[in-house]
Design a protein around this ligand. Structure first.
Ligand code: AMP
Length: 431
């Protein structure tokens, strides 16, 4: 049986967990990108664009075989040539691959890079959790100093500040280096030995494969069982302890709002020492807008020389949804936008050149060149909410004039075409 229009429509939708970013949302995205790019550049980070797919191995080795991302969430496929590729679930592993491949260890260190683009994770979609989402990230590779951890946190903080976010908080912890973490893992194992049967099914598995993740389980019964577990901070070796205290000391000095969260471990295997998550309140609950930390072992793990590194990834989709709730007014509304109405063949052709003159003077022109009726075009101008419509009919074209119509008052004025730009600028109060 042929499908009804309703049935056909129902199937015309983006893949599950993926969404369109429509023109009406773009001003907020642009504002975020401008603020984030400008701040990154001002602090010496340079943009890098890596492919959206990498060899699967980069993520399974880099992010870690026992992580949710690699275990359950990767979009992996075999190419016609027999390569195993994965749509990137996060940005760091690809940036590190690029660092190694392009011999960036011979550049002045640290190499400070930023990226922006879509990430893919096959998660259960829910509010603010998508299967394709965008991240903006900063990475600083090749410097072990705690001051670089602080620089990454500071620039992230400034991005939120510049967007007008008021209640940003950094949750911060240190998960130490492989040496002191090994001691702590023994403590976790012995702490949970008699409790493991009471853990949720995920934690039971993690007890065997990735015991650190027992700390950040969201299940109430697991959180109860966690009570009394010694803090990782008490197991840090002197170097990790000192590193963490220097980070906290500088954050205090800079008055970056943070709270210690001894249960924060982050879902990715590659972190060492400092880890943090950026939270804000949305409605009744806290949501995570970004996270990051140090990953001193990753460059070597992926085949490069041993290089310390630190980074952050901000979740743009979530940031935009909070940003829109915060400011219902569109940021950076383009005031210099007009609608050009044309009537007749000569005016239609002339409209191309007039649009170009206006564009060169910084004025954006909307038009519907295929339409002929004045009424129709003025209706569209009204829907586009422009302040001014320019009307170019046969008579005006013959006489070298044009009508400027104020859409709100309906008042019209005839001006010479060669005086059009200054007249518009005056009316739009651009000068
Ligand atoms: P992660 O790479 O998991 O540390 O995530 C960093 C940030 O990216 C999070 O704080 C979120 O804001 C955002 N994020 C992570 N996963 C998703 C997702 N599935 N949908 C939307 N945003 C996400």
């Amino acid at each position: 049986m042929p499908k009804t229009t309703k049935e056909i429509k129902r199937n015309v939708q983006a893949p599950k967990g993926m969404h369109d970013i429509l023109p009406r949302d773009i001003p907020w995205w642009r504002k975020f990108e401008t603020v984030a790019n400008d701040l990154a550049e001002a602090y010496g980070f340079r943009k890098i664009i890596t492919p959206i797919t990498e060899e699967t191995d980069i993520f399974s080795r880099g992010v870690g075989l026992e992580t949710d991302i690699v275990n359950k969430e990767m979009y992996s496929f075999k190419t016609k040539g027999g390569d195993f590729l994965t749509l990137r679930p996060e940005g760091t592993a690809g940036v590190v691959r690029a660092y190694i491949e392009n011999n960036m260890s011979t550049w002045p260190q640290p190499v400070k890079l930023y990226y922006c683009g879509p990430m893919f994770r096959h998660e259960n979609p829910q509010k603010d959790r998508y299967r394709q989402f965008f991240q903006f990230g900063l990475e600083a590779i090749g410097d072990p100093s705690p001051v670089i951890d602080v620089e990454i946190i500071w620039v992230s903080y400034l991005i939120f500040n510049s967007l007008g976010f008021k209640d940003i908080n950094f949750e911060i912890n240190s998960i130490g280096c492989p040496a002191c973490r090994a001691d702590y893992l023994k403590i976790i194992k012995s702490f949970y030995k008699t409790k493991q049967n009471k853990l949720c099914s995920v934690c039971k598995e993690r007890f065997k494969t990735n015991p650190l993740r027992l700390l950040d389980c969201k299940e109430a019964k697991c959180q109860e069982l966690r009570q009394g577990l010694p803090s990782m901070l008490d197991s840090l070796c002197p170097e990790c302890h000192d590193h963490f205290h220097q980070v906290l000391d500088m954050l205090d000095y800079l008055q970056v709002p943070y709270t210690l969260n001894p249960y924060l471990v982050r879902g990715l295997d590659y972190y060492t020492k400092t880890v943090f998550e950026i939270k804000t309140i949305s409605g009744d609950s806290a949501i995570s807008l970004g996270g990051g930390g140090r990953y001193d072992g990753l460059v070597k793990l992926l085949g490069g020389s041993s290089q310390p590194a630190v980074g952050v990834a901000l979740g743009i989709d979530r940031i935009i949804s909070v940003f829109q709730a915060l400011h219902d007014k569109e940021p950076n509304i383009k005031k210099n936008r007009v609608y050009l109405v044309q009537i007749g063949e000569a005016a239609k052709k002339r409209a191309f050149l007039l649009t170009e003159d206006l564009r060169k003077s910084g004025i954006s022109v909307y038009s519907s060149l295929s339409k002929d009726s004045l009424r129709n075009q003025l209706k569209t101008a009204d829907r586009e909410k422009v302040k001014l419509a320019l009307i170019l009919g046969q008579e005006e074209e013959r006489e070298g004039t044009i009508i400027i119509r104020d859409m709100e008052s309906g008042i019209q004025e005839v001006v010479m075409q060669d005086k059009l730009v200054p007249s518009i600028k005056k009316k739009l109060a651009l000068e």
